[in-house]
Design a protein. Structure first.
Length: 298
């Protein structure tokens, strides 16, 4: 596990140096780090701290974007990924070399992720807690996210904020087991409850499971934290309309080969009040766990 991590780190340093020496154009956005005491809070606003171009500061930040795998765990969250939205345009002449690096780096990231899962039984919380005993201050989600690139001609790049819904099916047996284990879990979502109140609440939650209709299943539906996204659009010669070719989270700068985009819709500050959240239409059966009763046909 350790050797996988440090080999990956060395390769990312080489890769970032190659990028910084070859940049044709770039636009990168610096976001605030998430502090330890902010992990459970949904931010009301996220301000962009800085925007970087092709100058020396921009080149330095580009290298930081691809090589930062650790954070000070006493101050900042190492449970959530730190994101570096932006794009980098590189000359076509180095496309093969850069893509070869990307393939190998993404393979090494997948290997490291697999080694962590095997070492800690595939449970994210367990991995997060124990991984730091092996590699201090590493941010697992940062170390394992993939690098993305595009070689098609880009007309327009659009940055924006988005919340994604995570859907996870929960079996009745797992749901009951999870609630039973919560009785002895020292960490509980409602800190104001004493032990008797906590046990009564959990018993009520277990009893509520018996009301799930036979033709329904339990599904955990949660909204992720606000994330920056990037859409890439191309335009065929002679056409008056753009065609979307890619949409993904902007966790790392998107690498583009060839000509710079004609238009860029920049990332702006995130304001929660401007976000329209998609309402869940299913019946809520446990608000604390975000469990819903969903018809089997859906």
């Amino acid at each position: 596990m350790k050797s996988n991590f440090y080999q990956l780190q060395e390769m990312l340093i080489e890769f970032s140096k190659l990028l910084s020496e070859s940049v044709v154009e770039q636009e990168l956005y610096q976001l605030p780090l998430i502090k330890v005491d902010e992990v459970l809070e949904e931010p009301i606003c996220i301000n962009i701290l800085n925007t970087f171009g092709n100058d020396a500061a921009g080149v330095s930040f580009l290298q930081k974007a691809f090589t930062t795998l650790k954070l000070d765990a006493f101050t900042y969250s190492t449970y959530l990924a730190h994101r570096f939205p932006g794009y980098v345009v590189l000359p076509l002449q180095i496309k093969s070399e850069v893509e070869s690096y990307i393939d190998e780096i993404n393979r090494r990231k997948a290997e490291f992720h697999l080694s962590v899962k095997k070492g800690y039984c595939g449970k994210r919380q367990s991995a997060h807690k124990n991984l730091h005993k092996e590699i201090e201050n590493v941010v697992l989600l940062t170390a394992t996210r993939k690098i993305r690139s595009c070689s098609q001609p880009i007309n327009t790049i659009s940055f924006y904020w988005q919340h994604k819904s995570i859907h996870k099916n929960i079996t009745m047996e797992d749901a009951k087991l999870s609630l039973e284990k919560a009785k002895n879990n020292p960490t509980f979502e409602y800190a104001w409850t004493d032990r008797d109140d906590k046990l009564n609440m959990i018993e009520q939650e277990i009893e509520q499971l018996s009301h799930v209709p036979k033709n329904h299943r339990i599904m955990e539906i949660k909204q992720t934290r606000a994330q920056p996204f990037i859409d890439l659009w191309t335009r065929v010669d002679g056409s008056k309309a753009n065609k979307k070719i890619s949409s993904s989270n902007a966790s790392l700068p998107m690498i583009i080969f060839g000509e710079p985009p004609i238009k860029v819709n920049p990332l702006t500050n995130y304001l929660r009040e401007n976000v329209q959240f998609k309402e869940v239409q299913h019946t809520l059966i446990n608000g604390r766990k975000s469990w819903f009763a969903v018809p089997n046909s859906d």
